[in-house]
Design a binder for this molecule. Structure first.
Ligand code: GP9
Ligand code: MN
Length: 685
């Protein structure tokens, strides 16, 4: 038997054999960690396949370094590399257990700021079985020391070592190609660390994260306090005074910001077969106490939702590439809506979202923005059929959010991010009771169906707010974050709009999204001013009567007189009540006709272009250089990220404590009785 074993296993006594054994074991344990310690959500055969093979290419590359060395050294190097690699897995297992996210170099570097967010001590979160990541190393060392495996001291041909390196790169490229085909923009748009690990692996994630952190540190290091001068000068020239008939009118009210996913303005009052797609939102839009804006544009780029969030709550633009939240959200200094409202007006601040917290790096960015609570996937009951696409279906999401909303001390600022009306607009039959459009474009046609579902969810939530007594004392803001139908669907868009053809100007107009502010007693109506997402924060702060005369915000109050109505798109195009410049062509906004400009017109357009280019680049400078660290508005204290935790238990304890102390939550006001939430969600019947 022993002899048989020896004969069968003799291959491990060669250097290559030992190398392959080491890699094989490493591969297996990484995959076990993927499956048992992380929630990577690999769906479908391509993702499953990539998850299975992704530890291999990087392991060949990194362990392969040892093959360039002689004799014993090669063996010990393999072991050292293995220890380092396994420690990286180990550290991520622990970090993930606390934060459902992977360690980033930014976090490790800035550990004074964010690190103490490790709510519990390491000992408390470490489990004995976590050490399984070292088991293979121990076994291999024992086998070597006891000479069960013999060290092969013969020189190893460089050529072979080099072939392994080349092979590893080849595999990595193939892996990246497959990954990018399945999820385009994986590394350029950088959605979520979980995605990078799922598609490419833990090592590739580490390399990418190191690169990003390095890039971020470099721009930060090259910036200094004097860079703020041009920003301040620009803002001084562009500050407008608030509209006195609105300033402070909503002081002290709760604020709901309802993020209507992928919701475009054209849906308002839109009908299919004579039926309104969004009857509840239409009613809200036309309500006499709702201020609705019908020339309000989304200004997002690749960062999509995260760009919208960045603009809405900071009045800073998203970046020309990638997502500012993922790249700069953890380390940068911000002076965002939640921090301003809690510091200046005593608001409780909370974000709600039925997806994992790591998406768009919300888990870290929200801390930088001063969110006290972030209710994400782990706070919501998940059963089969409750989710579609990225997360919880809107009706279930709103319903389950209610119990947390009721516990928030008032006044509060609550942002609810919906999800169901998201590309590819899939929804089960049970939830679909609206006819699809008939353009014949498969991605476009179901859009109205999920939009209708979102509208119903919104309607149910409004009914609930009335019942809970929150409707009257809240300012309810609803907005669409970006287009749902991209410009790649021109023929379908033309059909939806009842046109024979759409021009680039039409497509620019198609970027309108709703922006509505409702409050009891608010002087409503449809306002035609030209504006966009960058303008939301100053508008809200003025309505709430919260001072913002020295904040770094690039937008202007939409209600202010004499405001600049040139709306910047992220690519430098723009639209205004007079001219629109789209891809080098200037259009007359009133007629939509392309213009050949007179000298006088050209001067005006150049001035507008100059304004747009300046504001975009100054805003970028603020983010790239982390300039807000050099500037603090009066009455504002730098956010202490370490004071927040979004873990379920401590958050619930904090809520309970606040409720006892402040006695201002809706639940307390309703004498401890939860308000019943009515929904027709079939999953809950
Ligand atoms: C995911 C959600 C979608 O959590 O916010 O983001 P998007 O794809 O719209 O940018
Ligand atoms: Mn979105």
């Amino acid at each position: 038997m022993a002899n048989f074993f020896k004969r069968r296993m003799s291959w491990v006594n060669t250097r290559m054999g030992f190398f392959l054994l080491t890699i094989g074991l490493f591969w297996v344990k990484t995959y076990i960690a993927y499956q048992t310690e992380f929630t990577l959500g690999a769906k479908g055969s391509v993702q499953q396949f990539l998850l299975l093979i992704n530890p291999l290419p990087a392991a060949l590359l990194v362990f392969g370094i040892a093959l360039y060395f002689r004799g014993r050294l090669a063996y010990w190097l393999m072991m050292i590399i293995n220890v380092l690699e396994s420690t990286w897995i180990f550290a991520n297992i622990l970090y993930y257990r606390e934060f459902s996210d992977f360690l980033s170099f930014g976090i490790m570097k800035g550990s004074s700021d964010v690190g103490n967010n490790l709510g519990k001590s390491l000992a408390q979160i470490t489990h004995v079985y976590d050490f399984f990541v070292y088991v293979d190393i121990i076994v291999l060392i024992i086998l070597l020391v006891t000479h069960v495996i013999r060290i092969d001291a013969r020189p190893f041909k460089r050529r072979y070592a080099f072939s392994i390196t080349v092979l590893s790169f080849g595999l990595m490229f193939a892996e990246f190609g497959m990954a990018n085909a399945d999820r385009s923009g994986l590394l350029t748009r950088t959605f979520d660390n979980n995605y990078i690990v799922k598609y490419l692996g833990l090592n590739e994630y580490a390399a990418f994260n190191a690169y990003q952190t390095q890039k971020e540190s470099a721009t930060r290091a090259s910036a200094n306090a004097s860079d703020m001068k041009s920003v301040l000068k620009y803002l001084k020239q562009n500050r407008v005074s608030p509209n006195v008939s609105y300033y402070g009118k909503e002081k002290g009210k709760n604020v709901f910001v309802i993020h209507l996913e992928s919701f475009q303005q054209f849906l308002i009052d839109y009908k299919v077969n004579g039926k309104e797609v969004t009857p509840n939102l239409n009613k809200f839009y036309h309500n006499q106490n709702t201020l609705s804006f019908d020339n309000f544009y989304n200004q997002v780029a690749q960062g999509k939702t995260s760009d919208a969030e960045m603009m809405l709550e900071n009045s800073l633009f998203g970046l020309p590439q990638g997502s500012a939240m993922t790249t700069y959200g953890t380390q940068n200094t911000f002076q965002a809506a939640p921090a301003i409202l809690s510091q200046q007006a005593g608001y409780t601040t909370a974000a709600f979202h039925g997806d994992v917290p790591s998406f768009w790096n919300r888990d870290n960015t929200y801390k930088s923005w001063g969110y006290q609570y972030f209710f994400s996937s782990s706070y919501y009951t998940e059963k089969s059929g409750y989710s579609v696409g990225y997360g919880l279906k809107d009706k279930i999401f709103f319903k389950q959010s209610a119990k947390y909303i009721e516990q928030l001390p008032q006044p509060f600022y609550a942002k609810l991010i919906t999800l169901t009306n998201h590309y590819p607009y899939e929804l089960d039959k049970k939830n679909t009771d609206f006819p699809a459009t008939k353009t014949g474009d498969k991605t476009v046609d179901p859009y109205v169906q999920t939009a209708h579902y979102l509208d119903q969810a919104f309607g149910e939530f409004m009914t609930y707010l009335k019942k809970a007594g929150l409707y009257k004392n809240s300012m309810i803001v609803a907005y669409g974050d970006h287009y749902g139908i991209s410009n790649n669907h021109r023929p379908a868009i033309a059909q939806l709009l009842g046109k024979s053809k759409v021009t680039n100007f039409d497509l620019a107009q198609f970027q309108k999204v709703p922006f509505m502010i409702h409050a009891a007693g608010l002087k409503g109506g449809i306002n035609h001013t030209y504006g966009g997402e960058i303008d939301v924060l100053p508008t809200l702060l003025d309505l709430l009567g919260v001072k913002n005369t020295d904040t770094i915000q690039f937008g202007q109050d939409l209600l202010a007189k004499n405001r600049n109505q040139t709306v910047a798109f992220r690519n430098g195009n723009f639209i205004s009540p007079t001219y629109a410049k789209i891809g080098g062509t200037v259009y007359d906004t009133r007629t939509g006709k392309a213009l050949s400009l007179t000298t006088a017109q050209k001067k005006t357009v150049d001035k507008m272009q100059n304004h747009v280019t300046t504001e975009l680049s100054l805003s970028d400078r603020v983010i790239y250089g982390d300039l807000l660290r050099f500037y603090t508005p009066k009455d504002f204290t730098k956010v202490d990220k370490s004071s927040f935790t979004y873990k379920y238990k401590p958050a619930m304890e904090k809520l309970a404590e606040a409720e006892k102390k402040e006695k201002t939550s809706a639940l307390v006001k309703n004498k401890g009785k939860e308000t019943t939430y009515k929904t027709d969600a079939p999953e809950l019947k």
